[in-house]
Design a protein around this ligand. Sequence first.
Ligand code: ATP
Ligand code: MG
Length: 653
Amino acid sequence: MADVTLEALADEQRSFPPSPEFVANALVTDSSMHDLAAADPEAFWAAQARELLHWDRDFTTTCEWDLPFAKWFTDGQLNVSYNCLDRHVDAGHGDQIAFRWEGEPGDSRDITYAELLAEVSRTANALKELGVVKGDRVAIYMGMVLELPVAMLACARIGAAHSVVFGGFTADSLRDRINDAQAKVLVTGDGAWRRGGIVELKQIADEAMAETPSIEHCLVLRRTEQEVAMQTGRDVWWHDIVPTQSTECAPESMNAEDLLFILYTSGTTGHPKGIMHTTGGYLTQVAFTFKYVFDIHPDTDVFWCTADCGWVTGHSYIVYGPLANRATSVMYEGTPDYPAKDRFWSVVEKYGVTILYTAPTAIRTFRKWGSEFPAGHDLSSLRLLGSVGEPINPEAWIWYSEHIGTNRCPVVDTWWQTETGAIMISPLPGATVAKPGSATFPLPGIGADIVNDDGNAVGIPGGGYLTLTRPWPSMLRGIWGDPDRYRETYWSRFDGRYFAGDGAKRDADGYFWLLGRVDDIMLVAGHNISTTEVESALVSHPAVAEAAVVGKTDDTTGQAIAAFVILRAGHDPSDALVAELRDHVGHAIGPIAKPKSILFTEDLPKTRSGKIMRRLLRNVAEDEALGDVTTLADPSVVDGIKGRYLTTASDED
Ligand code: ATP
Ligand code: MG
């Protein structure tokens, strides 16, 4: 690719300082923590590890860095489930609610820290009875029920690594992940509730297990209660084996570098990678970021992360971060539109949620549906909002702040990856002046920098490749079973630096703006143009709910911009609107960024975690065969767009 210098710098930038009311109670209100960490990052992380966690054995070395392999707190020992449960119960907080769980059909269950500890211990004993020992892998394929975090913590308690597979994946995807990890036990359910229907988890698991020789047992939770097949000798009901176990299960003291879990990436850019995370460093950074990015006050906050436990966001900010900090969290089983499009807001109101963490794809959808849905509920309990998963378009940020945060709540746009394990770039909400669309600055202790093709820092302002300049505690320890791919994927592009795959720029104030995947960056008439900036310009038009743009080969300009646009409720496609949108983008960024073609569509191809898969749109625009589609949520979407793209794409000027 040509030198990535992103010259299309957005013109308008609005600033949002935190309100004095928020600052008055915030944990961090100035730059002192950043300054402290900058002076000695390793000492900073060592202090955090000791302050935030209980170590069975203290560590004597902080970081061993043998590029590209890092070890943190190597000779320290600890147990993750002890840190998430026992120590809070021992300190007298056994009656505090850990999770306020809401089922999709409307049932609900609160579980206290003491109850969760008992349930985790029983489940850990059940796993042992099924033959799981320290060092084994356990696959988990469930809906968003409490037993999912219970199973994860039970693995952590006995030193087995979990591999959670999102409950929306197909039998083939589940099979491949089980085989890749060589899992011994699969934990699943009869089914999961989704939009009023049943996802047939056990049936899909059976199909997968037909070709997974490593699986010895399958532990099955009853949830949806339809008839399922149980294979004698292999399959065991949760209710037959877990409740009768002892609530005593001594936590295994693990080495800091023992494997905690394997998790596959979302597959936005291609075939998923089995990312490995270990014990001490992961828990340190997850506990740290949860506490400070979300400004957690464990006695009063009710935190709700709307992700699924099948993604890293669910691992770090539904399970490990909140529990390590003794937080009370909401966990919701279903979709945002069941039974109606106000379900999220009714959950916020019902439980008095104070901190909401969700994804741009959800925010754009809520904005498309209309502000009457949140407006019908009392959202006054909210005090902080977060976003993760994709760049958030400034317009969506503003809508979120206005209609959900009612102009009172700071918004933290958090950049990170499955590979980073925890948040890396984000505001600290009581200290950072936010700019909509910018993830602002690297967190204390994190080194990030933007470089050009030659690996040289681009300076301020400037755009290029986002790199991480030194190891961080929750960094991936590798790709399961493939050390070469690890080195090649993350450490080969720039000498001594981790390359994240994302493009970014810094504005004149030094703020970081994520600009999408570098593979998606478009080269139009010699100019590098980021997908994010053109999409954000489109979304800033009142008619547009969501947009995806890709570069399409063009005889005169090298690449031309092809746009796919979803309209907001009350707007209809027309030639006049095409012309208006092109002008709108031209105005916002410059004539060079005007899309050459615009296709109005009802849907965009997305991963099962809701991220736009531009590589498939590029295949459509170029009329090529589709790449890996195993992580695509709804394969019919691409076919629908493809049919219409070929007949309607305009090639005017
Ligand atoms: P794969 O690596 O398999 O292609 P993926 O990158 O989508 O899948 P994840 O680890 O779930 O898998 O996502 C991390 C990516 O999501 C980041 O590299 C970035 O592109 C995007 N992302 C996450 N949060 C943000 C954010 N706040 N702003 C911009 N981009 C973000
Ligand atoms: Mg990725």
